[in-house]
Design a protein around this ligand. Structure first.
Ligand code: TRH
Length: 395
């Protein structure tokens, strides 16, 4: 990991505001790193919450956010209230509709050839994104046009973030028994292949206690690997102990709970690859679980008026083909229960036995799903082509 001097005029300039959690910075940091690895023209990333960036990208701790510096090929800078623009990128990405500072827009508009301006949207499997992907919105006052870019699973939208080397790195980890064993030993995890290893990254989950009881008394041994996150208090409540710290190992019946430190993104990938089942949330970990090609359970980011339940169902519908009706129903029932969807009306512990039974079939399905998605161009590739097309023929 390198920390070097910052560059002047980058090809890409990305603006990211943390709404809540890590996801927005998680996506932007991953996109920035991916573009930097492919793009000799440079990438600048502005983030408004340095503490969150540091958790995902520990070398940022050595960087003064005001001065900025280059970390893993990306020029990272703190987006503070006293923001003053630099020479703008040739492509400016505002992530998730964060509003660009007025001074930034003025600088962009003053260029003889203004930057391509893209709003990177949230990931959704809903059908309407196909119609909105690529739409243009002229600025009411300045000679600038903003384009909407939607990530997604459909070949007609922007794709998913997937670094070119990702699947090879995953396979190298998964196929190296010594490496995997070393990872499990390092984390004190039972390497017995009969044990079900489950990673758990989630928001609050009030129904977790019942599921923990079910795992504790179940016939199969389960190692539950929990990186420090918001769900930890519910894990503790389910175990009947104070909230544990990273490094803690708690045994109850058939269940071993290991609390892991929050790592950088590459470390999180290894956790997903080392597990047989991954509970993920939000956007970025949701996508990484799909590249891990293991069964996974998605806790969608909760939104007002429960619109997230529609998004959840849109993904379930997309993911269903290839499964028998019984397996698809068991899968959907557990996911909906995990997300407290009133449509299912049951709690996760009730839906667990059928879901657990389906895991071997879901494992094969997860591999097929991953292969099918990996056959599509990835997000950085699509975004690069989209921007060069706009440059050649602006709308
Ligand atoms: O943090 P999230 O809940 O993010 C969400 C979503 O992005 C959502 O769309 C957005 O609206 C909301 O925030 C405000 O979950 P997500 O997207 O999975 O991001 C978590 C990031 O943390 C991801 O990049 C993976 C990373 N991570 C690590 O780097 N190390 C770790 O140990 C763990 C557990 C996660």
């Amino acid at each position: 990991m390198t920390v070097a001097a910052a560059s002047s005029r980058p090809e890409w300039e990305i603006f990211c505001q943390v709404v809540d959690n890590f996801g927005d910075i998680g996506v932007c940091w991953r996109l920035a790193r991916d573009l930097a690895a492919r793009e000799p023209g440079g990438v600048r990333l502005w983030v408004d919450d340095w503490a969150v960036l540091q958790q995902i990208c520990p070398p940022a701790a050595d960087v003064d956010p005001r001065a900025g510096s280059v970390v893993e090929g990306v020029e990272v800078r703190g987006w503070e209230e006293s923001f003053s623009p630099l020479a703008p990128g040739r492509i400016v990405v505002e992530a998730f509709a964060c509003e660009l500072p007025a001074s930034q827009l003025e600088v962009m508009a003053a260029q003889s050839s203004p930057p391509v301006w893209v709003n990177l949207e949230y990931l959704s499997a809903e059908a309407w994104v196909v119609g909105c992907h690529g739409m243009a919105s002229p600025h009411p006052r300045l000679p600038l046009v903003k384009y909407f870019f939607f990530p997604g699973f459909d070949p007609r939208v922007g794709g998913l973030l997937r670094e070119p080397s990702l699947l090879q790195r995953r396979d190298a980890f998964v196929k190296d028994p010594a490496g995997r064993l070393a990872w499990l030993r390092e984390h004190g995890v039972d390497p017995d292949p009969q044990t079900l290893r489950v990673s758990l990254f989630a928001y609050e989950q009030p129904d977790l206690g019942e599921l923990i009881s079910c795992w504790t008394t179940g016939a199969r041994r389960i190692s539950l690997l929990v990186p420090v996150s918001r769900v930890l208090a519910d894990v503790a409540a389910g175990l009947g102990c104070p909230t544990p710290e990273a490094g803690a190992h708690i045994r109850r019946g058939s269940l071993d709970v290991h609390v892991l430190p929050f790592t950088d993104q590459d470390g999180y990938d290894r956790l997903l690859w080392a597990s047989d089942l991954n509970f993920v949330r939000g956007e970025d970990s949701f996508v990484r679980a799909q590249w891990a090609a293991r069964p996974f359970v998605w806790q969608i980011y909760p939104q007002a008026d429960a619109v997230h339940h529609e998004k959840l169902d849109a993904f379930l519908a997309l993911h269903r083909p290839g499964l028998s009706a019984a397996t698809a129903d068991a899968h959907a029932a557990f996911w909906r229960a995990w997300n407290a969807c009133p449509r299912e009306g049951i709690r996760p512990a009730r839906a667990w036995p059928a879901f657990a039974e389906a895991l071997p079939v879901l494992a094969e399905h997860a591999r097929n799903w991953c292969v099918a998605q990996a056959a599509l161009p990835d997000l950085a590739d699509n975004l690069t082509k989209f921007c060069s097309h706009i440059r050649q023929s602006p709308r």
